[in-house]
Design a protein around this ligand. Structure first.
Ligand code: ATP
Length: 238
């Protein structure tokens, strides 16, 4: 995989007169778990939408593996798997059936689908629950199945938008363990957006703290702690 995998250069995004991202420079390396941290309105979703080619910047450029992200191009979808903060399923279908459908919608060759679905179920450790309807799933199980859906094309980059929201402490722990496993075992570069540094810090190689569309701090947790002081109060934004 190329380095940097993702590069924002002098990116500014405005909504009417409001500056959501202000001359942002950011590089993410291959194999990183990168935490995108910040309070409501910081610009996290704006960054994600631009990476997915769903929103255009006003100035600057964004590269994925050295190629510019083209607005509304399907290429970003090939490279990036995305778990939105409100992932939905067909409630009357089982987890396995949902994945089969997602494979079909993504035009995976029909002969390859059964093996692809089993592989995805294994990757997110959901084989045991695959034949249950998704309407019976807990929030944590839904997040796992959502991640399996996001991985349907075996992307090199996975973006998780607030994946720990609504999970109890053990659910958070299980989800973070899964994210770490996907990164270590499958080499997937992962961007995890969150309000809560304390939750995600354990698994992130680096985090960036975004406030009002500007990066306030970036680096490994050790670097940030050294720069900001040990009890700096930046554990949580909510
Ligand atoms: P949250 O955690 O609340 O989703 P965020 O960090 O993801 O916050 P963004 O959703 O990227 O933040 O929003 C950044 C700023 O841009 C916010 O002030 C938001 O109100 C504004 N904004 C986002 N989308 C639009 C839009 N379509 N039109 C106008 N303003 C927008």
């Amino acid at each position: 995989m190329c380095d940097p995998v993702i590069e924002f250069k002098n990116v500014t995004k405005k909504y009417s007169n409001y500056i959501a991202l202000n001359n942002l420079n950011l590089s993410i390396q291959s194999g990183e778990i990168f935490g995108l941290l910040g309070p409501n309105g910081a610009g996290k979703t704006t960054i994600i939408l631009m990476l997915l080619g769903l929103s255009e910047c006003n100035s600057g450029f964004i590269n994925i593996c050295g190629s510019p992200v083209i607005h509304r191009s399907a290429k970003a979808k090939q490279l990036i798997g995305y778990l939105p903060d409100n992932v939905g399923f067909y409630k009357n279908l089982t987890g396995r059936e949902n994945l089969e459908l997602i494979c079909k919608l993504n035009k995976i060759e029909s002969g390859l689908i059964p093996h692809r679905v089993e592989t995805l179920l294994q990757m997110v450790d959901m084989e045991k629950f695959a034949n249950k309807k998704t309407s019976t799933y807990s929030r944590g199980m839904k997040q796992r199945l959502g991640i399996a859906q996001a991985l349907v094309k075996f992307p090199k980059i996975l973006i998780l938008d607030e994946p720990t929201l609504g999970l109890d402490p053990s659910g958070v722990q299980e989800l973070l363990t899964l994210v770490k496993t996907l990164n270590e075992r499958h080499g997937i570069t992962i961007i995890i957006s969150s309000h809560n540094l304390e939750q995600v810090q354990k698994i992130c190689h680096r985090v960036c703290i975004l406030i009002c569309g500007k990066i306030k701090a970036i680096g490994s947790l050790e670097t940030l702690a050294a720069g900001l002081g040990a009890n700096n109060g930046f554990q949580t934004f909510i």
